[in-house]
Design a protein around this ligand. Structure first.
Ligand SMILES: [Zn+2]
Length: 277
């Protein structure tokens, strides 16, 4: 029996991403704060469809918006790790990265009653230490790499890439990678970001983005008997009214096509069973 899994995932950053980029004036902070409104809408919608999702929640959000995070847990969703301060690990020393990892995991344990099983790095840039740290701290899966689309794989440690030399593959680990893509992330499609050196135009029509996202599912269905498709969303992005309508439409179309919705933790467990067969 073919089985096509969809993971709806929400990175509940609130203001953390803006603070990590030094954008601490009132307007960018308020832009992050809108994530709280978005999260409420998403939670209400997921409840009407009986869908459990995975929420990657920075420790910052847990400690700044405790009631809103308790609502995520009360909805029966998975709370996964997304750092404490939303600093990309590639910009941290090993000790800084581990301290942030532990601090955020403690916050998750206090909120959800257990530590995180899954990790997604801020801005999707792992350091050379991240896979080791995740294994040491008992994580089962990561969702930050782009080496596949529908098929989870085992994350490697110790890859070596040097200019002018063939790529040297590191060793596969037990950590399950559930791959992601910027094309399946709401942020670059929708957010208008202006900095002194760049402009991210965003602001795509929501219906066009959801059409592409639906086609990804159709192609998974056409090419693999079992697969996992992961959509990455941010409450402050997808939570706008016209985008919510488009998301609701997508979820209903996926449901009609036979998509099986589940948390990433459950998808990782299915992937691990497949690997062990
Ligand atoms: Zn984030």
């Amino acid at each position: 029996m073919p089985r096509h899994i969809v993971c709806l995932t929400f990175d509940f950053d609130t203001q953390s991403g803006f603070i990590a980029r030094g954008m601490t004036t009132p307007t960018p902070l308020s832009r992050g704060e809108f994530g709280v409104t978005g999260a409420r809408r998403i939670l209400d919608f997921l409840q009407t469809r009986g869908i459990k999702a995975t929420w990657f929640v920075p420790g910052f959000t847990i400690e700044s918006w405790p009631r809103e995070c308790e609502a995520v847990v009360a909805g029966g969703h998975e709370v996964a790790h997304h750092s404490w301060a939303h600093i990309p690990p590639a910009n941290q020393s090993r000790d800084e990265e581990e301290a942030d990892l532990v601090r955020a995991n403690d916050a998750i344990a206090r909120l959800a009653g257990r530590k995180a099983r899954g990790y997604r790095s801020p801005s999707w840039d792992l350091s050379e230490h991240t896979i080791d740290l995740l294994l040491q701290h008992g994580f089962q899966y990561d969702s930050s790499l782009m080496g596949a689309d529908y098929l989870p794989y085992r994350a490697r440690r110790g890859d070596v890439a040097k200019l002018g030399e063939p790529f040297r593959f590191g060793k596969e680990t037990s950590l399950i990678e559930i791959p992601i893509s910027w094309s399946l992330d709401d942020y670059p499609h929708f957010e208008f970001v202006r900095t002194p050196t760049s402009i991210l135009p965003g602001l795509q029509p929501a219906s066009a983005v959801m059409e592409s996202w639906f086609d990804e599912f159709l192609y998974m269905q056409k090419t693999v008997d079992w697969g996992v498709l992961t959509y990455t969303m941010h409450p402050f992005v997808i939570g706008r009214g016209y985008r919510m309508l488009a998301l609701e439409g997508l979820v209903d179309r996926l449901g009609n096509e036979g998509a099986v919705f589940m948390t990433m933790e459950d998808a990782a467990r299915e992937a691990a069973m497949k690997f062990s067969r």
